[in-house]
Design a protein around this ligand. Structure first.
Ligand code: SF4
Ligand code: SF4
Length: 465
């Protein structure tokens, strides 16, 4: 029969020997990390709620209109033509996540993941107001269910669903815009059937997750959580138990007359939202929420011992008994992470809103005209990435000559593209080499939006006809 403390190697903490679910009744933590996490959560929730209402030049600050395949990020419009940017952004994101996790572990899970913020900081509190403390909930769970229990459970589900409904409305505003969401409610969703279906499905799914599925989203479902074992190593900063200082645990000395700082009070286990005992070492279920740090710090303070028996540290730091420092490895990875973010920002900033390509028409060299000019034929393609229709005009800037458009000046609808052809005519006296560089300006309402370069072909020997 294995010791109870090593059961964790065989199964997750929220499952019993038969594989049935063991409900977690986590006590609400208190302490400096919890206070900080609440502030971070408040800022993130505010950002989440306010962002869809922010507008830049009349357009949403962020809009992810997947159905119509157009996106606005930080006030800049992106169309399907920007797929390459999306690819680079996703690649950067993956590299960022990997490097960040290698160095800082599951900082995201504990401090910024919506699942943790909603479950641990919002819903667990609502639950304790309606159903009482974790201990009360546990006792009620083990006893036969009364009508009072069912009523409280119903009230809890209604309150959960109401909060989730608000969150889902905000979330959907990122995809159809806050204005559309408000209009959907005003018109009773008459023109927004898909939005209404999405809202109902997501609210039902959210209520199911927070009222029933809960911590299993982190321990079973989340792919990021599953990747932790491969992304972290002995140098990764995580919430860890200082076994050198804590063991042997208990209030009495062991056979060698030794007694560690851990008094085996189980406070760290009682506050753990995934039901694990951090003293068993790093486990996949640990979301690095810091609740056990605060619980243990409170005990250490009461005992008059230094806090930090459970703390942020690396496995190597604990085994060597050293304090966590900002190492060269951390500095290197952080520099790479910053570099990646700068690289992506530059790509986004440098991206032009009107993208034009000009190519000399293949198969045609040059023409000698009767008026003493040489001409080349060009094909152009303009992609309008703005949210407005634009009427553009071309002008030859370098060298002196004429740009003769075939057809009308290009008019490009928002998010669309236009193609056409034009001639460039240059006086033969200006054609000094067989192939020369030319510069063409693209103008929108007299304002130059792009400077384009191409080449102009002339004869090898001008004297020959
Ligand atoms: S809270 Fe601290 S002292 Fe209590 S069991 Fe956990 S590690 Fe040991
Ligand atoms: S072990 Fe500690 S940090 Fe990890 S999930 Fe449990 S309470 Fe949070």
């Amino acid at each position: 029969m294995p010791e109870p403390s090593i059961y964790f190697r065989d199964r997750i903490a929220t499952s019993d020997d038969e594989g049935h679910r063991k409900w977690v009744f986590a006590r609400l933590p208190k302490g400096r990390h919890t206070t900080r996490r609440h502030w971070v959560a408040l800022v993130l929730i505010l950002l989440f709620v306010v962002t869809p209402f922010i507008k830049v030049a009349g357009e949403p600050f962020i809009l992810l209109d997947v159905i119509n395949r157009h996106f606005i990020l930080f006030g800049r419009v992106f169309w399907p033509q920007d797929t390459y940017l999306l690819g680079i952004a996703m690649l950067t994101f993956v590299v960022f996540v990997v490097l960040f996790t290698v160095v800082y572990g599951r900082l995201w899970c504990g401090w910024a993941c919506p699942q943790t913020i909603f479950l641990e900081i919002i819903f667990r509190r609502i639950e304790s107001w309606i159903e009482g403390s974790a201990a009360k909930q546990q006792v009620a769970h083990q006893k036969p269910k009364t009508s009072g229990w069912y009523l409280r459970r119903l009230l809890k589900i209604i309150v959960f669903a109401s909060v989730i409904l608000v969150a889902v409305n905000v979330f959907l505003s990122y995809f159809i815009s806050a204005d559309s969401m408000i209009s959907a409610w005003r018109t009773g969703f008459t023109d927004y059937h898909r939005t209404m279906i999405a809202m109902i499905v997501m609210t039902a799914a959210g209520t199911f997750v927070y009222a029933w599925f809960r911590e299993q989203a982190c321990t079973i479902l989340c792919p990021y959580g599953r990747l932790q074992g491969t992304l972290t190593d002995n140098d990764t900063i995580m919430v860890v138990y200082d076994y050198l200082r804590g063991e042997p645990r208990g209030r009495t000395k062991d056979g060698d007359g030794r007694c560690g700082d851990c008094i085996d009070c189980h406070n760290c286990v009682q506050v753990c939202p995934t039901g694990i005992d951090i003293r068993n070492g790093t486990q996949l279920e640990c979301i690095n929420c810091t609740a056990c740090i605060d619980a243990c710090d409170a005990i250490m303070t009461r005992l008059g011992k230094p806090v930090g028996l459970i703390r942020y540290a690396s496995e190597k730091g604990i085994s060597k008994g050293t304090k966590q420092h900002f190492t060269g490895r951390m500095a290197f990875y952080t520099t790479v992470l910053t570099g990646l973010l700068i690289f992506l920002s530059v790509l986004i900033i440098k991206r032009t809103e009107v993208e034009t390509t000009i190519l000399r028409t293949p198969g045609i060299l040059f023409q000698r005209n009767e008026d003493g000019t040489f001409s080349n034929l060009y094909n152009y393609k303009i992609v309008n990435k703005t949210r407005k229709d634009i009427n553009l005009s071309f002008k030859l800037l370098q060298p002196k000559g004429e740009l003769r458009l075939i057809g009308n000046q290009p008019s490009v609808m928002n998010g669309a593209s236009a193609e056409g052809v034009f001639f460039i005519l240059i006086d033969s006296s200006m054609v000094v080499t067989h192939e020369m560089k030319i510069e063409i300006g693209l103008f929108d309402d007299g304002h130059q939006v792009e400077l384009l370069e191409s080449s102009f072909i002339g004869p090898m020997d001008k004297s020959k006809p």
